[in-house]
Design a protein around this ligand. Structure first.
Ligand code: HEM
Length: 200
């Protein structure tokens, strides 16, 4: 088996299954199979999807720097899948809010999106991720040409909005959002540094 076949038929399915594990754990916990959701299960489910959404955004953003620093070009083959998982987890986070928390009450939903800035930011990030998901196919990449890359650079904005959205809600102890913000800052700084070096 050559490397490409191995990636396609062995590694991609394995990575796919690994990326699904957090969702399976949330669902099994939600059905109280393991009973670990605590006093506010809806909030716990929503938060867990939100954290995984943010983690996958950072993981997807880490692919290019890792590839450039290590020379492992095969990493690129996993980037689309990781980006799609970022969308999947953020979308699940949104659906839990929409259905279980807001109970599909349109007026309350719109009011929250317009009047609570942290939700406005989260919603903007979701819309951007959705656009990237819908245009992530090879056919769309060919059709959009150079604009495709510009659109998909939106993942940087998604990262910033996502971390901001999270930070905004933390009242006192900002240690955890600070960790996410630092990883994001390192990933974005690396890109700026590389662009500066190439332009010189
Ligand atoms: C890239 C997009 C998003 C990311 C990365 C994200 C991430 C997160 C994270 C990590 C939390 C947990 C905060 C904590 O534990 O204190 C959270 C909470 C929350 N998110 Fe998002 N989110 C996103 C989009 C959205 C969207 C689209 C909505 C709804 C329109 C939303 C609504 C909420 C709400 C209401 C909470 C608070 C839940 C609670 O009471 O604990 N988020 N989000």
């Amino acid at each position: 088996m050559n490397t490409l076949t191995q990636i396609r038929f062995v590694w991609k399915p394995l990575v796919f299954l690994a990326c699904l594990i957090p969702a399976v754990l949330v669902v099994t916990d939600a059905f109280e199979i393991t009973g670990r959701l605590g006093a506010n299960p809806i909030e716990a489910i929503q938060d867990r999807f939100g954290y995984w959404g943010l983690r996958f955004i950072l993981i997807a953003l880490a692919v290019t720097p890792l590839r450039q620093l290590t020379g492992w070009n095969w990493l690129t083959r996993f980037r689309r899948m990781l980006g799609l998982f970022a969308f999947f987890y953020v979308f699940m986070h949104f659906l839990v809010w929409l259905i279980l928390d807001q109970r599909l009450l349109m007026s309350a939903i719109l009011e929250d999106i317009v009047e609570r800035p942290f939700i406005t930011f989260g919603f903007a990030a979701l819309l951007l991720l959705l656009t990237m998901t819908l245009t992530s196919t090879l056919a769309m990449r060919r059709r959009l040409g150079r604009r495709w890359q510009q659109l998909h650079n939106g993942i940087y904005v998604v990262g910033i909005l996502g971390v901001w959205h999270y930070w905004w809600q933390v009242k006192l102890d900002v240690r955890e959002p600070l960790i996410y913000a630092s990883i994001l800052a390192a990933l974005l700084s690396y890109r700026l540094w590389r662009r500066f070096r190439i332009s010189r």
